[in-house]
Write a protein that binds this ligand. Structure first.
Ligand code: DHK
Length: 160
């Protein structure tokens, strides 16, 4: 698993000013992985976009990417008490993981689900998401900008 933390935001270290950005399997390969579908930006480009977007909104981010379902569950569980909201691209686990959906339900934080590609224009199996029923919003097909939209939406929600 790779995880990083950005500098604390103006909301201080209480945890209320932090967002958790979760990326699932194979997203570590972005930049070289099927660029016609997933674009040419790397995971680090996405992390940087998340940091700068969140900073403009007065939030800090913790980012995690893992190819392992249990590590993603652990990261989501750990967000209870440390994050105010979650942006998640569960990648292939979107379509298979009851465990990730249950972890998101358990922490009961606002969630925005992001997909780089338009999952509804692809194979049939990508149309079902275990996460969507508990997400505040689902952004698919906007490429890396989807992460920006998701953070802006979460920040709006958390301020209101
Ligand atoms: C990423 C993946 O790795 C796929 O398994 C999903 C998602 C779609 C995306 O578009 O970001 O089906």
């Amino acid at each position: 698993m790779s995880a990083e933390t950005s500098t604390p935001s103006e909301h201080g270290a209480s945890g209320t000013g932090r967002l958790l950005i979760v990326n699932g399997p194979n997203l570590n390969l972005l930049g070289t992985r099927e660029p016609g579908i997933y674009g040419s930006e790397t995971l680090e480009d996405i992390h940087e976009l998340c940091r700068s977007t969140a900073a403009r909104q007065g939030f800090a981010v913790d980012v995690v990417q893992s190819n392992h379902e249990g590590e993603l569950v652990d990261a989501i569980q750990a967000a209870r008490g440390t994050a105010a909201g979650i942006v998640i691209n569960p990648a292939a686990y979107t379509h298979t993981s009851v465990a990730i959906a249950d972890a998101l339900r358990a922490v009961a934080l606002p969630v925005v689900e992001v997909h780089l590609s338009n999952v509804h224009s692809r194979e049939e199996f990508r149309r079902h998401s275990f996460v969507s029923p508990l997400a505040q919003a689902v952004i698919a097909g906007a490429g890396v900008a989807g992460y920006r939209f998701a953070i802006e939406l979460l920040a709006d929600t958390l301020r209101s």
